[in-house]
Design a binder for this molecule. Structure first.
Ligand code: TXA
Ligand code: MG
Length: 324
């Protein structure tokens, strides 16, 4: 179906389309989501179609509060501790699903990811609905996730009726995903909530089970979160020298590189704060991608706190994963 995509702040209009089984862009504190009624198989199918998402990649269900969450999943003790401490917030918990959750939402898995987004507009929207919202990030599969309503409109114009505009996302990277093996927590994805913070709360280590990128066809590994311009990770000034003579755009942490003209660089965080860097990363990748550089070089950050998630996204965006 073709739509004349509107961008606005009208919760009633967003609710109207969602109740009709259509797909709407919604703001969260992490990234914008592409939302539909998560209990309605036909509505969920539209998300996969619009995003061009492989059908075996499951979706996260978004609800307003813990009560709504209990209807969808079977809880455990540690999950409960995390829920009380960090929801609403940039955390997704993967738990055994209840029968009400349709197969298409979980891609057939017997678990489902659930999350309570910490965003005023989307909270109000969820309170007007009597169903959870299934929502992946609102980018076409493989491209950089959106952190502003205009990013969603740019990428999906004509495909959805409405984008609820909640401003720039405060966190800027997707939620941290925690699942459970034999009742013990494991981390499926680094994200907006630092893993150390979760570990400290329960006083135990959380092993990593980071998911690889999706294999699309034999011999071809498609990157996630990738710019169209080839992107490479650098650590320091020295690493730039191998690309001398190329037209380079550079995404740096808190200091310009002396080898590259300043106007071709973007500082993620002049104040040397990893949270600011996370908030600005996807916007910077999109802006650099639009400027016609031969390549984008992106500087790795410290592996600490939300820095793990920043480096994870850079690695997934890195060019060598494409067309191997
Ligand atoms: O911050 C976020 O989590 C954003 C906002 C919109 O809430 N959503 C998001 O969704 O990042 P998406 O679909 O782009 O990423 C969800 C990830 C996928 O890698 C998916 O494979 C994984 O979560 N996932 C979902 N359900 C799962 C499950 N039952 N078991 C394991 N992984 C799951
Ligand atoms: Mg995504």
């Amino acid at each position: 179906m073709q739509f004349d995509t509107k961008v606005g702040t009208d919760i009633d209009e967003a609710a109207f389309w969602l109740k009709k089984g259509e797909v709407v862009g919604i703001p969260t504190e992490t990234v914008y989501g592409l939302a539909a009624n998560g209990l309605h198989a036909d509505a969920v199918a539209k998300i996969y179609d619009i995003k061009n998402r492989p059908s075996f990649n499951p979706l996260i269900l978004h609800v307003a509060n813990e009560n709504a969450l209990q209807d969808l999943v079977v809880n455990n003790k540690i999950a409960q501790v995390f829920m009380h401490a960090f929801m609403p917030g940039p955390l997704t918990l993967v738990l055994p699903r209840k029968a009400i959750v349709p197969d298409i939402t979980t891609a057939g898995l017997d678990t489902v990811g659930v999350r309570i987004p910490n965003h005023e507009l989307t909270q109000s929207l969820l309170q007007k609905l009597d169903f959870p919202l299934a929502a992946p990030s609102a980018n076409p599969s493989g491209y950089v996730s959106p952190t502003k309503a205009e990013h969603v409109a740019e990428n999906l114009s004509g495909k959805i009726p409405y984008v609820l505009d909640g401003g720039a996302c405060i966190v800027g990277l997707e939620s941290t995903i925690i699942g459970f093996e034999n009742g013990q927590p494991v981390c499926y994805r680094h994200g907006g909530l630092a893993i150390e913070v979760l570990e400290k709360l329960i006083d135990q280590q959380i092993p990593l089970r980071i998911q690889a990128d999706v294999l699309h066809s034999p011999g071809q590994m498609k990157s996630h979160y990738a710019t169209n311009t080839p992107l490479f990770i650098i650590e320091n000034e020295e690493d730039i020298k191998q690309w001398k003579g190329k037209h380079i755009g550079c995404i740096v942490y808190d200091q310009f590189m002396s080898e590259i003209p300043h106007e071709n660089q973007m500082l993620l965080s002049p104040d040397s704060d990893l949270h600011t860097a996370a908030k600005n990363l996807f916007q910077a990748m999109r802006e650099m991608d639009a400027r016609g550089f031969e390549m984008i070089l992106a500087q790795k950050v410290q592996n600490t706190g939300i820095g793990y998630a920043i480096n994870d996204r850079l690695q997934r965006a890195q060019h060598h994963l494409k067309n191997v």
